[in-house]
Design a protein around this ligand. Structure first.
Ligand code: NDP
Length: 328
């Protein structure tokens, strides 16, 4: 038997509780993993609180990512004892996820733990950190270089934003953070932001084309904020858009695209091919400094997840929240 956070639905409300499950309760898959850590991402928050239509089939074990140890593998991809990471693929959305002592998934969905990482560090990075890396890679692929100018990161205090600030600074980009929480300015500066701008500067409807300020941007917020960022990107610059913390609409015009050749590059970590996600993990090992794990991560228990889920959907979580499963 093992402990799991289980989501059920009653009268269209999502209810979460901790239950004891048996291995035979787990869904199909060819690898059984003993979960060490999961983490709390914005999507987990939407799923657990029921504020977003993330889960369609109940009961569901949430947790869109986890790191742990292979207990048994039916293919020759992994052997018992191998350390592995899972992010995305709909796990924690339409297949039971990482907020449980054990998970059964497909071997093809797992990334072998890179040298230099352990389960705790891997989940300190988690889906959010992987997405931040994929955003940085999208800027690099578009040819945005440190000497081109400043890079804006929105939703900077969050999981994706805080890792993006850190990675870009490590790669010698000059990073400007956008945050709605002034109290996080010291943290964002210590992660590598050269300055922090208030979110309020970007929330009112702006002009279709504004002054050109940014060589590129990583946007985790969407909506009006992304529209305003697009109107301020330099000629030929690129915005890597991965999130909707402020809304999923995009009230923009074609002007930045047709008059300034601005690129809007969508970034998805969920179905990202294994080769690219492995490359991203290897770069994360190289780039995330030891200080990140101390400055911007926090460990909670399974019992604390429901409260933290409410907080993340209200924009009140700073950095990354890890969920400790091992030993519970
Ligand atoms: P977090 O909640 O940790 O971070 C989001 C940040 O956005 C907050 O910390 C806050 O930063 C800011 N924010 C919150 N609410 C609002 C609002 N109403 N308007 C403007 N800004 C707001 O979430 P994550 O970092 O885990 O995820 C960020 C976004 O990226 C989410 O929308 C998530 O769904 C998406 N995502 C997408 C992935 C993909 O594969 N495409 C993968 C992972 C995440 P501050 O206080 O500093 O302004």
């Amino acid at each position: 038997m093992f402990k799991a956070l289980v989501l059920e639905q009653q009268e269209k409300k999502t209810l979460s509780s901790i239950k004891q499950l048996d291995v035979s309760d787990l869904p199909d898959g060819d690898v059984l993993v003993d979960v060490d850590y999961s983490s709390l991402n914005f999507k987990d928050g939407l799923a657990i609180t029921g504020k977003g239509k993330i889960i369609r089939n109940f009961p569901m074990v949430p947790g869109i990512d986890f790191a742990g140890t292979v207990a048994h593998c039916e293919t020759d991809t992994f052997k018992a004892g191998d350390k592995v990471i899972l992010t995305g693929w709909g796990v924690g959305e339409n297949h039971w996820g990482g907020m449980a002592g054990k998970a059964r998934v497909k071997a093809s969905q797992l990334v072998k733990m890179p040298e230099g990482l352990d389960s705790q560090k891997a989940m300190a990075i988690g889906t959010a950190g992987l997405t931040a890396m994929l955003c940085v890679m999208a800027l690099e692929d578009a040819g945005v270089k440190p000497e081109d100018g400043e890079i804006l990161v929105t939703g900077a205090s969050g999981g994706v934003g805080s890792v993006a600030v850190n990675l870009l600074a490590k790669l010698d980009y000059k990073v400007v953070a956008v945050s709605g929480r002034e109290q996080n300015t010291p943290l964002l500066e210590s992660l590598g932001a050269s300055r922090v701008l208030p979110r309020s500067q970007f929330t009112e409807k702006g002009r279709p084309l504004d002054k050109q300020f940014w060589a590129g941007a990583v946007d985790t917020v969407g909506s009006q904020l992304l529209a305003n960022v697009l109107s301020q990107v330099n000629y030929g610059g690129t915005v890597a858009a991965c999130g909707l913390a402020g809304g999923f609409d995009l009230p923009t015009t074609v002007m930045p695209f047709i008059l300034r050749g601005v690129n809007l590059q969508g970034v998805d970590s969920v179905m990202c091919p294994l080769e690219r996600r492995t490359a991203a993990w290897n770069r994360l090992v190289e780039l995330v400094p030891a200080s990140y794990y101390e400055q911007a991560t926090r460990v909670v228990s399974l019992e604390e997840v429901a409260e933290q889920a409410e907080a993340i959907t209200n924009g009140q979580v700073t950095g990354r929240v890890l969920v400790k499963i091992i030993g519970t």
